[in-house]
Design a protein around this ligand. Structure first.
Ligand SMILES: *[C@@H]1O[C@H](CO)[C@@H](O)[C@H](O)[C@H]1NC(C)=O
Ligand SMILES: *[C@@H]1O[C@H](CO)[C@@H](O)[C@H](O)[C@H]1NC(C)=O
Ligand SMILES: *[C@@H]1O[C@H](CO)[C@@H](O)[C@H](O)[C@H]1NC(C)=O
Ligand SMILES: *[C@@H]1O[C@H](CO)[C@@H](O)[C@H](O)[C@H]1NC(C)=O
Ligand SMILES: *[C@@H]1O[C@H](CO)[C@@H](O)[C@H](O)[C@H]1NC(C)=O
Length: 394
C-alpha cells in the first residue's frame, strides 16, 4: 500500500519533471536551431568542416539528463559533413534505415573503415546478436528494450537460409544483416563478427558495440546497462595470457615474427567494444591473415584472434575482461546451460553481484551486465521476474 502511494507520487513528480524538461528542451531547440542555421551558413560560406573533438570519449556524469543537451542536437543536425552522405546510401526513400543491402563484404568493410572513428552523436549502444536461427528469449529482450528506442540499435547475424521476420511491432523486425554461413571456432565466425561491427559502425550514433548470442540474457534494466557501458572509459574485451596447453599451447611458431608467444592471448568471444576499438577490429588484415593460415584446431580463432589483436594494436582500450558472465565451473570445454528450474531470484542476484572488479578505476560489485547460457525453457520464469527482479519498466 505504502509503496504504491509512493510510486504514484513519484510518477506525478516525474511527469511534472518531464513537462519542465520538455519546455526547457523546446526553448533550447529553438535557440540551437537559430545558432545552427547561422553556423551552417558560415560553414557553408567558408567551406570548412567542423569536427567536434570534445565528444571523443564522452564522460557523462548523468546520461539520462545530458543526452538531449543542445550540444548533441547540434551535432545531430550537422548533416553537412560529407562523410555522412556515404552512410545515407543505406537509408530507403522514407529515410528509414534498411539494414538489408547487396554489397560485398569487401565493400562493406571499406565503407565502414571510411566512417569516422569519432561518433558525431554518441548516444546509442549497438546490440549485435550472433545467432543461428530465431532468438528463443526474444520476448524477454523486447521487455528489456521497451521505452528506450532512441538509445540502441539491434543487428542480427543469422544462418543465411533463415528468413523469418518477427511481427513489425518487435524491435527485432527487419534487423537482420546480410549473413553468411558460420562454423564455430573457424574464421567464418570472425567474419560474421566483423560483418556485424561493420554494419553497426555505419550508424554514426552507435558508440558502444556488444556481441551477444541467442542464449544471452541482460542482467539489469536498460538504464543501468546503458549507463554502465556509455560511462566506461575502456572497452570490455577479454584478453589474458593463459600459460596452459589450452592457452600458450595453441600458439604456432609459424605466426612469428608478426605474432610472438609474448603477444599471444586468449579470451572470451563475447566482447564489448567502443567505436574506436570496433574500428581497429574491422581495419585489421595483417593479423587476420596470420590467424587464418596458422590458427588451426586445436587453435580456435574466436578464442584467440581478438584478444591477441587488441593486445598488439591498442591494449589501452580494454579492461581485458568481459561483461558477459559464463559458468565454466562444470569443467570441460562447454559452459553450463541453465534451465527453467535454475531461475530463481537468489541465483540471478548471485550472478549480478557475486563478483568483484574495478570500474573506471573504482571497486565495483557490478562486473557483468549479461549472462549465458540460458535454455529456451527459462523464458517463462524470466518473464515472470522481468519487472520485480530485473526492473524492466512496464
Ligand atoms: C504491421 O503488421 C500488421 C499485421 O500484420 C499490418 O496490419 C500493419 O499494416 C503493419 N504495419 C506496418 C507499419 O507495416
Ligand atoms: C590489459 O592487458 C595488457 C597486455 O597484457 C596490459 O598492457 C594492460 O595494462 C591491461 N589493461 C588493464 C586495464 O589491466
Ligand atoms: C578511467 O577513469 C578512472 C577514474 O577517473 C581513471 O583512474 C583511469 O585511469 C581511467 N582509465 C583510462 C584508461 O582512461
Ligand atoms: C578495492 O578492493 C581491494 C581488494 O579487494 C582493496 O584492497 C582496496 O582497499 C579497495 N579499494 C577501495 C578504494 O575500496
Ligand atoms: C533500473 O535499475 C536501477 C537499479 O537496479 C533502478 O535504480 C532504476 O530505478 C531502474 N530503472 C527503471 C527505469 O526501472
Amino acid at each position: 500500500m505504502f509503496v504504491k502511494i509512493n510510486r504514484k507520487q513519484l510518477k506525478q513528480e516525474i511527469r511534472r519533471g518531464y513537462i519542465h524538461v520538455a519546455s526547457t528542451i523546446t526553448m533550447s531547440v529553438v535557440m540551437v536551431l537559430v545558432v545552427f542555421l547561422l553556423g551552417t551558413f558560415i560553414i557553408d560560406h567558408y567551406k570548412t568542416i567542423v569536427v567536434p573533438k570534445d565528444i571523443y570519449f564522452p564522460r557523462f556524469t548523468s546520461i539520462a539528463k545530458t543526452h538531449y543537451s543542445s550540444v548533441y542536437l547540434f551535432h545531430r543536425h550537422s548533416l553537412y559533413s560529407p562523410s555522412l552522405t556515404r552512410v545515407m546510401e543505406f537509408t530507403d526513400s522514407t529515410g528509414l534505415v534498411d539494414l538489408w543491402h547487396t554489397i560485398s563484404d569487401e565493400e562493406l568493410m571499406e565503407k565502414a573503415i571510411r566512417v569516422p572513428r569519432v561518433s558525431e552523436d554518441p548516444k546509442k549502444v549497438a546490440f549485435m546478436f550472433l545467432t543461428r536461427r530465431s532468438l528463443p528469449l526474444r520476448s524477454f529482450w523486447e521487455k528489456f528494450f521497451e521505452g528506450h528506442e532512441d538509445l540502441f540499435s539491434i543487428y542480427l547475424h543469422t544462418s543465411p537460409d533463415f528468413n523469418y521476420e518477427p511481427p513489425n511491432s518487435s524491435v527485432f523486425y527487419k534487423r537482420r544483416i546480410p549473413s553468411k554461413h558460420v562454423q564455430w571456432g573457424k574464421p567464418t565466425m570472425i567474419d560474421a563478427e566483423r560483418r556485424l561491427l561493420a554494419n553497426a559502425l555505419l550508424d554514426f550514433s552507435n558508440q558502444r558495440f556488444i556481441l551477444l548470442s541467442e542464449s544471452c540474457i541482460p542482467l539489469f534494466n536498460f538504464t543501468t546497462i546503458y549507463n554502465y557501458l556509455m560511462n566506461a572509459n575502456q572497452s570490455f574485451l577479454s584478453s589474458f595470457d593463459d600459460p596452459r596447453k589450452i592457452g600458450r599451447g595453441r600458439y604456432n611458431k609459424q605466426m612469428g615474427p608478426t605474432i610472438t608467444l609474448k603477444d599471444w592471448r586468449k579470451g572470451s568471444q563475447w566482447f564489448e567494444a567502443n567505436r574506436e576499438l570496433a574500428h581497429e577490429i574491422i581495419s585489421d588484415k595483417m593479423y587476420y591473415d596470420v590467424f587464418q593460415n596458422h590458427c588451426l584446431p586445436p587453435c580456435y580463432m574466436d578464442e584467440h584472434y581478438l584478444p591477441t589483436l587488441v593486445n598488439k594494436v591498442r591494449s589501452d582500450l580494454t579492461t581485458n575482461t568481459t561483461v558477459t558472465w559464463t559458468d565454466w565451473s562444470g569443467g570441460g570445454s562447454h559452459p553450463m546451460t541453465f534451465a527453467k528450474k535454475d531461475i530463481t531470484e537468489v541465483f540471478i542476484n548471485q550472478v549480478r553481484y557475486g563478483s568483484k572488479c574495478t570500474y573506471n578505476g573504482a571497486n565495483s560489485s557490478i562486473c557483468f551486465l549479461f549472462a549465458r547460457k540460458f535454455h529456451p525453457s527459462t523464458l517463462e520464469p524470466l518473464l515472470k521476474m522481468a519487472q520485480m527482479v530485473f526492473g524492466f519498466g512496464p
